[in-house]
Design a protein around this ligand. Structure first.
Ligand code: HEC
Length: 125
């Protein structure tokens, strides 16, 4: 006989493994090819630590709307085709988009937002 909590725990475990797998996939891709900034100035490469931290921030704050893999979900568009440079993305994340997306300036500090953007860049190379 299965205990009542067992199915739920199993589901959570399976989800955790899937997210870990997805993160690893993006991180290894991101590490394989460093991107350059919109201005084409200095190419930046994010450390594994930054990307891991970014994926945590992303899952906790953004995935509910933009999807765990960033390809868009019920409430938010895909983040795989970003045109904007870092300053604009910073502004969007800090201030949000009126009636569409909440601002995160009270929840995330600038370092966390930059870490998140590094993580988003992994989808936009
Ligand atoms: C409540 C749902 C919601 C949450 C939570 C949310 N977003 Fe959004 N986001 C949206 C919607 C909806 C849009 C589209 C707004 C518009 O009409 O331009 C958007 C737009 C964006 C854009 C602009 C996309 C583009 O193509 O330029 C970025 C970047 C973005 N979100 C990043 C994030 C990040 C990073 C987080 C987590 C810190 C986050 N969002 C959390 C709903 C959300």
């Amino acid at each position: 006989m299965r205990r009542p909590g067992e199915a739920k725990a199993l589901l959570l475990a399976v989800l955790a493994v899937i997210f870990a797998g997805l993160s690893f996939q993006y991180i290894s891709r991101a590490l394989a090819r460093p991107w350059s900034s919109e201005e084409g100035a200095q190419p930046r490469a994010a450390s594994t630590e930054t990307l891991l931290h970014g994926s945590e921030l992303y899952v906790a704050n953004c995935a509910v709307c933009h999807g765990y893999d960033g390809s868009g979900a019920r409430y938010g568009p895909t983040l795989h085709q970003l045109q904007a440079g870092d300053p604009v993305l910073t502004l969007v994340i800090e201030s949000g988009v009126r009636r569409e997306m909440p601002g995160f300036s009270k929840k995330l500090d600038n370092a966390q937002i930059q870490t998140l953007i590094s993580y988003l860049r992994g989808w936009n190379k």
